[in-house]
Design a protein around this ligand. Structure first.
Ligand code: V47
Length: 354
């Protein structure tokens, strides 16, 4: 069967197929990805009203691509207090947020109990707020810090009110690339196993992929296939989020910046290869909002949200530091010919803007 026949029949794609898709005519690829997204979501473009909080930037790890952690290139270490975070959330709730997205660096001074207390306080003060917190990389770090198993950390997260897990820390699963860009971080199998354990408890999560640095196309497809295999097993992933590498202020010296064409192809291929993950997020903070809007025609159906304050990608050069106004998101989605749909963190529809 030819690749086109496979696409027409909706057959499952292999590593070789995924690679061959990069050589397909750009608009043919886009047409197939858009057809798949249309079957799943019509012309809906999802977003949420959320607040990102990064409690600390002090990190024991040294991922070469990271400009957020406090180091020689990006000094100004900080640790937020519970009170500061609660005040921030109080203001954000007035702006209508439905989600607190809480992701930290790996700071040995901020242990599991600090997070457990924080989540407990958040849930007490804002019972209906969805807490999406702690990446698999953080869970692994906290388990090592306290000599606990992943299960024990997960149990504590659940008991203190964490609702879902963000998709960070996946980077690229290929072991050689991973060893070069983020040695010491949770292993690829570890990342997948932590999400497996989370899903087995009936909980949902997202999955990211950092691309556009030293990885090759085959590493991206391999990354997608490993996620697809886990999703077949658990069904717990809501969204796949390809993150475009930002190259300022970090220790990975990448000279070739990705073209928009390569970003869109990767989005479209993700939509086609990941046939079992319902949502594809074009995270506007890394792709730019304009390319994220074009990605809506290439398989993506979600833009993430208002964010309010973005510190990880903006430290590396992205223009996302101040988040985005709700009205801007609505106008841009409408002007692009899509229907804006405010969703909650688990993709239940809150408001369809006709
Ligand atoms: O895992 C770090 C990435 C991620 C850079 O689950 C960089 O809904 C680009 O995971 N260039 C954290 N990316 C952010 C994240 C996320 C974001 C939005 C939504 C969700 C979700 C998850 O940021 C890290 C890492 O891959 N990152 N440095 C950089 N220079």
């Amino acid at each position: 069967m030819t690749l086109i026949e496979k696409l027409e029949k909706g057959e499952r794609l292999s590593l070789e197929d995924g690679l061959a898709l990069y050589d397909l005519d750009f608009f043919t690829l886009g047409k197939f990805a858009n057809a798949k997204r249309t079957v799943l979501h019509g012309r809906k473009a999802f977003f949420n009203v959320n607040r990102h909080i990064n409690p600390t930037n002090i990190c024991k790890d040294v991922c070469k691509f990271c400009a957020f952690s406090a180091n020689r290139k990006n000094p100004n270490p900080y640790m937020l207090s519970h009170e500061e975070i609660l005040i921030t959330l109080e203001n954000s709730c007035k702006n209508g947020i439905t989600e607190a997205h809480i992701v930290s660096a790996h700071n040995p001074e901020m242990g599991l109990e600090w997070y457990v207390e924080l989540f407990t306080k958040i849930k007490k003060q804002f019972p209906s707020l969805h807490v999406k917190a702690l990446t698999a990389a953080e869970i692994h770090f906290l388990s090592q810090l306290h000599n606990l198993t992943w299960d024990e950390v997960i149990e504590k997260m659940m008991a203190s009110g964490v609702d879902s897990m963000p998709g960070g820390g996946a980077e690229i699963f290929d072991e050689d690339v991973r060893a070069f860009i983020c040695k010491g971080k949770v292993s690829s199998d570890g990342w997948l196993d932590i999400h497996r354990k989370w899903h087995q408890r009936g909980k949902q999560s997202n999955a990211t992929m950092l691309f556009g640095h030293i990885e090759k196309r085959e590493h991206r497809i391999d990354h997608m296939l490993r996620l697809r295999a886990l999703q077949d097993e658990t069904g717990g992933f809501n969204a796949f989020i390809p993150l475009v590498y930002q190259r300022d202020n970090n220790y990975l010296h990448v000279e070739n910046f990705l073209s928009s064409i390569e970003v869109l192809k990767t989005m479209a291929i993700s939509r086609l290869v990941l046939d079992n993950i319902p949502h594809l997020k074009a995270y506007w903070a890394t792709s730019t909002i304009n390319l994220a809007l074009v990605a809506l025609e290439f398989g993506a159906d979600d833009l993430d949200g208002t964010i309010e304050k973005e510190s990880i990608q903006s430290a590396a050069g992205a223009k996302s530091g101040k988040g985005m106004e709700l009205k801007t998101i609505l106008d841009l989605i409408r002007n692009s010919g899509f229907t804006p749909v405010e969703r909650d963190s688990l993709y239940n529809e809150i408001n369809v803007y006709m």
